[in-house]
Each structure stands twice: as structure tokens, then as C-alpha cells.
Ligand binder design. Structure first.
Ligand code: HEM
Length: 446
């Protein structure tokens, strides 16, 4: 079978470049081989990367039974376990998606509106006037509190505090561009005791598991029918045989939501704050739009503001947090971009390269929210949340949270950049993030 062209560099060298400087790898390869190429990363099967909207459309509109995905997501396994929706395929995947999609949409989602505004305010009010602070850490606190609340329906208590602390340090331990390597090389996943990086990761994970299992135990011994949080929903779900989810299944899906549900949004919020404060014009337009509201604290109204929406969309275009979609593993022969792909070929949509196309986004390197006011892009030209049966289940929630957190921070706090330079986009685990050393300063509270 003929695959699209591939760099001649040794697969191990390609993998190292993909880990250390992912955007250079993608842009450099596309420059030479075009918008459909084959990446070879170490011992992994070849990965066909598509950044042509027509190719993406062919991928996303094919019958979903044509592809598997979960079994190609082993990289997530140490973080979320075998029963995570991310690693599932077929009926079980569909069952968990159907169960977990509704709470992150519509009326259920809107009940979190005031809470997200309050959390954003509380986190920002802890910053000291005149003292630079690490923006990503602050945004991560906001997004973690928001998702913990949605999942557990509580926002205080010793267990909650402990979980918050452990999740942050466990993720930090596999997040720097160097420590991320451990996720790509199974051979580095060795427990050499509590002081070794993987040993520490495992011990933190064990503590997280103990907290989750204690919560499950407590809820079973003290059932409360008035609760409407996501864990309650998961615990009351029954399959066709009337069986509930096992503790292991509950734990894996909870961790999936907690991790996927805050790492990504934290990076997106950090970028947004940078872009807003790097352009006085964007900042002013946003403030004017928010202050034109008769009740600027109403979350439902804030979420509908067109310019605020355009700022969020452009933030997710220019540096999409997920550079790639999840893999699509071909199950029966399929033609994409003129290539006849045979079963077991792995294809991925390259979100970053698609969003950087000059034919769709002129001056693609510039931050221009107006693009999203002037034009509508197709779901194959603009896909920060992927598509088809693997599209992000947290899309509506993430956008809602981004808008409310940004509106709260921008309208109540006067911030400025400490440095004119753009923060570096760096690998963070499997995602792309602004560097965690990026700082801003709080000038005054409005
Ligand atoms: C700005 C924030 C976010 C971005 C950019 C993002 C992006 C993505 C992308 C690109 C995918 C893969 C889609 C595909 O392959 O077609 C995905 C999947 C997923 N996302 Fe998100 N996400 C975000 C926030 C969230 C939140 C808040 C949650 C949880 C509430 C979440 C939960 C998930 C889950 C569970 C999947 C796997 C879906 C499946 O396997 O069927 N994400 N996300």
C-alpha cells in the first residue's frame, strides 16, 4: 500500500523532534511534503497526518464504523486507565459518550454559570497588586475548580482540597517538554521509588485513587437523592443487563473528565489573556462590549456576546490546544485525498496546520478575532474540538467557561503584560500550551 510521503529522517529523530519542538516538526514537514504526509515516530505505526479540509471532511463524514480510535490512544492509559472513554471503541464508547455528553450541555451546563464567574473572581482576587503572577497556574486553578465542582457537586472539604492539590502536581510531573517524554517511551515508565519521576507519579496517582474510592464508598453508604452532579449520574447509570458501572470504570471516567476537562481550558484561557492584553484595540473592544450590557454579571447574556466569542474562537485557532485529532484507525479500505488506505492505517487530522492555512486564514500568524465576525468557517476548516463520533464532549462547557472567566477577569481586574514578547508555545503532555513561565501583573481591581 502506498502511504503519503514521509520525511527521510530516522523515526527516532522524528519522535524526538515531535516531543521537543512539535510545531517546528509539523511546519517543517508540511513545507516539504504538503498537506498530507506520513509521520514516523519511533516504533509507533506510521501516522498519516491530514491538514487539507477536503481530506478532513472525508475523514469526518465517513461512517464512524469505518474507524476505531480508542485502541490507538494507549498514550493516555497511564493517566486515565483502560476504561476511559478515550481508550474505548464501539458500543462501550458510544454508551459512555451518551451518558456523559448531556451534563456538559444546555440547561445542565448553564447551572454552572454563576459558579464559574465566582471561582474566577476568587482566584484572581488572591493576586497581590503590583506583583507578577504565573498566568497558567492561575488559569489552571480556575478550570480545575470548575470541573471538580461539575463532577462532584461540591467545592470544599478536605477530600476536595487534597484532590485538587494531587491532580495539579501529578499533571505537572508529566507536563514539561522533557518530562512529557515518559508518556511516549514505555521503557521510561519505571518505578525506582518515591524520588524517581515515574515513582512519584504512581504514588500520587494511588493517593488520587484512594480519595476517589473513599468518595464512592461514602456516597453508597449515605445516598442523597437531591444530588444532581455528574458522579451521581454515573453511579446511577445501568447497562442493558441492569448492571451499574464498576468502581474501576467510574474511577477511569472520572479521571478522564477531570484531566481532559481542565488542562485544555487552562491553556486556552492563558493564551486568551495574553492576546487580549497584547492588543489595546482588542482589549478596548471587549470592554466596550461587556460594559454595554445592562447586567454584565448575567452568565447567559455574557456567553452570547459576539466579540467575546470571536476572541475565544481566534484563540483556539491560532494555537489549538490539541494539535491533532485523536487517531482514526481504518477498519475497511477508504479513499482519502486520493490514497487508498488499507485496514490498520492510522490517520489523524492535523488541527494546527489546518488552522494555519493562508488560503483559509490570511495572515494566519496574526491574532484577528474579526475573522470570526466576517466569515463562517466549515467544521473541516476550523476544528479545535475535532469532529465526528470522537468530537470533544466538553466543547460547549469549555467555550462557556472561557467566555465567563475572561469576561470576569477582564472587566474586574486591570492586568498588564510584564514582557512584550509572546509566550512560547510548548508541549505540555500531549497538548500545546503557553509556557508556564508566562507572567502578568495585577495593576488594580476595578
Ligand atoms: C479548550 C478546551 C478543550 C479543547 C481544545 C478540547 C479538544 C478536544 C479534541 C481535539 C478532542 C478529540 C476530538 C477528535 O478526535 O475528533 C477532544 C476529545 C475529548 N474531550 Fe476535549 N477539549 C477541551 C475541553 C474539554 C472539556 C472541558 C472536557 C470535559 C468536560 C473534555 C473532554 C473530552 C473527552 C472525554 C474527549 C474524548 C471523546 C471521545 O473519545 O469520544 N474536553 N477534546
Amino acid at each position: 500500500m502506498k502511504l503519503p510521503p514521509s520525511p527521510k529522517t530516522h523515526p527516532f529523530a522524528q519522535l524526538l523532534q515531535w516531543i521537543a519542538t512539535p510545531l517546528d516538526y509539523l511546519e517543517g514537514t508540511q513545507k516539504v511534503y504538503g498537506d498530507c504526509f506520513t509521520a514516523r515516530f519511533g516504533k509507533l505505526p506510521p501516522l498519516v497526518m491530514v491538514s487539507n479540509p477536503q481530506g478532513i471532511q472525508q475523514m469526518m463524514t465517513a461512517d464512524s464504523k469505518q474507524f476505531d480510535s480508542g485502541r490507538g490512544n494507549q498514550i493516555f492509559r497511564p493517566l486515565v486507565g483502560d476504561n476511559s472513554m478515550l481508550l474505548l471503541d464501539g458500543d462501550r464508547h458510544q454508551r459512555d459518550r451518551q451518558l456523559l455528553t448531556p451534563p456538559f450541555h444546555g440547561e445542565r451546563m448553564r447551572t454552572y454559570g454563576n459558579l464559574i464567574c465566582d471561582i474566577s473572581d476568587k482566584v484572581m482576587s488572591k493576586r497581590m497588586i503590583g506583583e507578577p503572577f504565573f498566568v497558567r497556574a492561575a488559569m489552571q486553578e480556575i478550570s480545575l475548580l470548575a470541573i471538580l465542582n461539575a463532577v462532584f457537586g461540591v467545592n470544599q472539604g478536605e477530600r476536595f482540597e487534597k484532590l485538587k492539590e494531587l491532580l495539579t502536581s501529578m499533571l505537572d510531573s508529566v507536563s514539561s517538554p522533557v518530562s512529557s517524554s515518559v508518556l511516549f517511551f514505555n521503557s521510561l515508565q519505571q518505578d525506582f521509588g518515591a524520588w524517581s519521576p515515574w515513582g512519584r507519579f504512581l504514588r500520587q496517582q494511588k493517593q488520587i485513587d484512594q480519595l476517589i474510592y473513599a468518595e464512592l464508598e461514602e456516597r453508597r453508604s449515605h445516598p442523597d437523592s437531591s444530588r444532581s452532579d455528574i458522579l451521581t449520574l454515573l453511579m446511577s447509570a445501568r447497562d442493558e443487563q441492569g448492571q451499574p458501572m464498576t468502581d474501576q470504570e467510574l474511577r477511569d471516567e472520572l479521571l478522564t473528565l477531570l484531566i481532559a476537562g481542565h488542562e485544555t481550558t487552562a491553556s486556552a484561557l492563558t493564551w486568551a489573556l495574553y492576546w487580549i492584553h497584547s492588543s489595546p484595540e482588542v482589549h478596548q473592544k471587549l470592554l466596550t462590549e461587556i460594559s454595554s450590557l445592562s447586567d454584565p454579571s448575567d452568565p447567559t447574556v455574557l456567553a452570547k456576546l459576539p466579540y467575546l466569542n470571536a476572541v475565544c474562537q481566534e484563540t483556539l485557532r491560532i494555537y489549538p490546544v490539541a494539535m491533532l485529532t485523536l487517531p482514526r484507525i481504518v477498519k475497511s479500505p477508504i479513499n482519502i485525498m486520493g490514497y487508498e488506505f488499507e485496514p490498520e492505517t492510522t490517520i489523524m487530522g492535523c488541527i494546527y496546520l489546518t488552522h494555519q492555512r493562508e488560503d483559509i486564514y490570511p495572515e494566519a500568524k496574526l491574532f484577528k478575532p474579526e475573522r470570526f465576525l466576517e466569515k463562517q468557517f466549515s467544521p473541516y476548516q476550523y476544528l479545535p474540538f475535532g469532529g465526528s463520533n470522537r468530537r470533544c464532549i466538553g466543547m460547549a462547557f469549555a467555550l462557556f467557561e472561557m467566555k465567563l472567566a475572561l469576561a470576569t477577569v477582564v472587566s474586574r481586574y486591570q492586568l498588564s503584560l510584564t514582557d512584550k514578547h509572546q509566550p512560547k508555545p510548548v508541549r505540555r503532555g500531549v497538548t500545546l500550551s503557553p509556557s508556564s513561565s508566562f507572567k502578568m501583573v495585577l495593576n488594580s481591581q476595578l
